[in-house]
Write a protein that binds this ligand. Sequence first.
Ligand code: 13P
Length: 340
Amino acid sequence: MDKELLSKTAAAMVAKGKGILAADESSGTCEKRFKSVNVECTEENRRAYRNLLFSTPGVEQFLSGVILFDETARQKANDGTSIPQYLAKKGIIPGIKVDKGIVNLPFTNEEKVTEGLDGLQKRMKEYFELGCRFAKWRAVITIGEGIPTHACLYANAHALARYAAICQEASIVPMIEPEVLLDGNHSAERSEEVHEATLRATYAAIAAYNVSVEHLILKTSMCVSGKDHPRQAGVDEVAERTVRVLKRTVPAAQPGIVFLSGGQSDEAATAHLNAMASMKGLPWPLTFSYSRALQNSALKAWRGQAGNMAAAQKAFHHRAHMNGLASQGKWRADLEKAAA
Ligand code: 13P
């Protein structure tokens, strides 16, 4: 365990004005996204699309890291180098999704638990050799009638902590991602309660497995209203609820916190981050680690046509720029209109 490398990586992941692109969609999720723009989900199309994002001129100003899927970490960039090497040359830290996805947790109402611990120590060594310096594991928490159960929170917290310990042992920074889904008809208040219970369980397990909080990044959802709830909490309310929960549960010694977008609109994800990052006296830097809220507009502009590459890169650059500003509390809605 190289503590110096871990500290350096974690600090660089949350460097001022930068955030992380999540490009680690599994081939199944990628298929769904490509289908929405009528693109066939072949290995070569996945490579071409991701290379389009990574080679966007100037985007490294706003990106500290990229989370890759296993397949992408083994593919080549357009210049013939491996994708992790290509990113590192641009000053972008390559990361890797290491979980193997979710399954139903027995004796619950279809709650989920994440798999992927078997053989992880060996895989982690290989990812380090490939150049990856941080790793993501996503746990999924659903809000509904009588859920999440204690069993679900406990099982996911335990897996997150075990994976985080394996990462640190291999000098790879763990990005722990307990995602509370926004699907459902719950209120923002209920979302806040569930975030608090989830994060308390997660950090109790982190302590139990001797994971060092100094070398850890949290990737969290925000306390938004369920997408079917009749009252949608406004930007300031979401920001206040989310930061209140984070202050209650996340140690100040942690180097930073990043957010997922979770199905929020592009602009809502940016506005929420901006409102939180504007708050004074936060113990940790806050930034983005979005997939959909960074990629939606680029994917729509691309539609699988090489001729649309410049338009897609422009759209991607714009969202990365807006979120880079938001991570410093410097975004304003009129900047969006100016670009349109
Ligand atoms: P979204 O921003 O689309 O939620 O994706 C982030 C992510 O990495 C989910 O695991």
